[in-house]
Design a binder for this molecule. Structure first.
Ligand code: AMP
Length: 437
């Protein structure tokens, strides 16, 4: 989709408008949902480029999680669509432009900078708690809404941007390494949470001063400065913020301050209503839709069929449609029912709970070592024996994603078993649910 696509209708649902911006691997367009008139932003990604990325599983899990969680300071992912050659992420439209357009006009007042920093940290903390790391926090990813609130874009998608640069040189395509943690530059392999915290420190510095902490005419000198955290705070910097910055911009990731401690700093806490954030950041319990197209000509699925595909995410679609035979997928969707949820229990506890639930429902259980569980009914119906697969994926050590789907058997029998047996039994262990209709 390019300039000439402005005015084009996508999936009979979105009227595509002007180009809003170009990212490292995508173009972002304004669009309007023709049924609801809601404004959205559509990020268009070239599928070829994504297929070359070797991190499909990780990205897939991150997107699944992002579709299940919601935070007021994270740009929401509404829907994922795909054609043979493109993937479309339908996102919350954020009207106020980039935060850094404000900073280029000069430094912000301390209270204003603190407000943005609180919103940034709150959102980053929330995503980390769900096992999603940004890894590429930088000015272009900080947008402002109509009410002047910060919205981080690309959470859960940035693994794509990053993996496009496997040498770790995040700067080559995004212009500057200035926000990148020293351990990322030195390619040691790094902890995504710690790297994000570093970037938040650089952002805080920029908000307060209007310029970068590590700025050099050449990259080698800049790397040198970053690796030693060689920066200076101007003399007018309040001492409490100076202390906090030195704890965040610690070149050693293992002694770098964790987010929980940043939130304990009196400077950070001033005017920060933790409860408000927690309340607003309630988890989203809905399906989210995934729609895909048989080719670039926008042949659209009927509404009912779309619902059945709801749980597929962009990367399922890529892996299926790479074979260019989409018809099989539609048929399969007919007798396929899936549910997905996240849990903060350890994988072993989730598996035990699934096993116990299955046994309680008189299902035969087969377990293997890779976090999968097969359940089978005892009765043979016209459609054969009911077979259900459950799979547990680790998103992070504290967050797991569980997928449950019917493989064979009667749809009605499954629906009843699901509604009256499986779902209520698992209610207590699921943090966020999404399911096909
Ligand atoms: P990105 O690929 O996310 O870096 O996006 C490139 C540019 O598109 C951003 O710098 C913004 O100017 C614009 N943009 C991205 N996402 C949105 C959005 N959800 N709403 C409005 N503008 C956006």
């Amino acid at each position: 989709m390019d300039k000439e696509n402005t005015g084009r209708v996508l999936m009979k649902k979105y009227e595509v408008g002007r180009l809003l911006g170009k990212g490292t691997f995508a173009k972002v367009y304004y669009a309007r949902n023709m049924m609801t008139s809601q404004s959205v932003a559509i990020k268009v990604i070239d599928k070829e480029k994504v297929l070359k990325v070797g991190m499909i599983d990780q990205i897939k899990r991150e997107i699944s999680v992002m579709r299940l969680v919601k935070h007021p300071n994270v740009v929401q992912l509404y829907e994922v669509m795909a054609t043979r050659s493109k993937i479309y992420f339908v996102l919350e439209y954020v009207r106020g432009g980039e935060l850094f357009n404000k900073v280029t006009k000069g430094r912000l007042k301390e209270d204003v900078a603190r407000k943005y920093f609180q919103q940034l940290i709150s959102a980053v903390d929330f995503c980390h708690s769900r096992g999603v790391y940004h890894r590429d926090l930088k000015p272009e990813n900080l947008l402002l809404d109509d009410n002047g609130n910060l919205k981080i874009s690309d959470f859960g998608l940035s693994a794509l941007a990053e993996s496009k640069k496997p040498d770790g040189l995040l700067h080559t395509t995004c212009g500057t390494p200035a926000y990148v943690a020293p351990e990322v530059i030195s390619r040691k392999g790094y902890d995504g949470a710690k790297a994000d915290i570093w970037s938040c420190g650089v952002i805080l510095y920029v908000l307060l001063t209007g310029y970068l902490p590590f700025q050099c005419p050449n990259l080698i000198d800049m790397y040198r400065k970053i690796s030693k955290a060689d920066f200076r705070c101007p003399s007018w910097f309040p001492s409490d913020v100076r202390r906090l910055l030195f704890r965040i911009l610690d070149p050693n990731p293992s002694s770098r301050i964790p987010i929980s401690n940043i939130m304990e700093y009196p400077w950070f806490k001033r005017g920060f209503d933790d409860k408000l954030f927690k309340k607003k950041a309630k988890q989203k319990i809905d399906a989210g839709e995934v729609v895909f197209d048989s080719d670039d000509n926008d042949t659209v699925m009927a509404g009912q069929e779309m619902g059945k595909l709801a749980i597929l995410n962009a990367f399922d679609i890529i892996s299926f449609s790479a074979r260019f035979d989409l018809s099989g997928l539609f048929e399969e969707a007919d007798h396929k029912r899936e549910a997905i949820f996240t849990s903060d229990l350890p994988a072993s506890a989730i598996i035990s709970k699934l096993e116990e639930t299955a046994k309680g429902l008189q299902l035969k259980v087969k377990k293997n070592d890779h976090g999968t569980l097969k359940m089978e009914g005892l009765n043979i119906s016209e459609r054969g024996i009911l077979a259900i697969d459950a799979e547990v994926f680790e998103v992070s050590p504290t967050v797991h994603l569980v997928e449950i789907k019917k493989i064979e058997g009667d749809a009605l029998e499954y629906e009843k078993l699901w509604k009256d047996g499986i779902r209520p039994a698992l209610e207590g262990i699921g943090c966020a649910w999404g399911m096909s209709k």
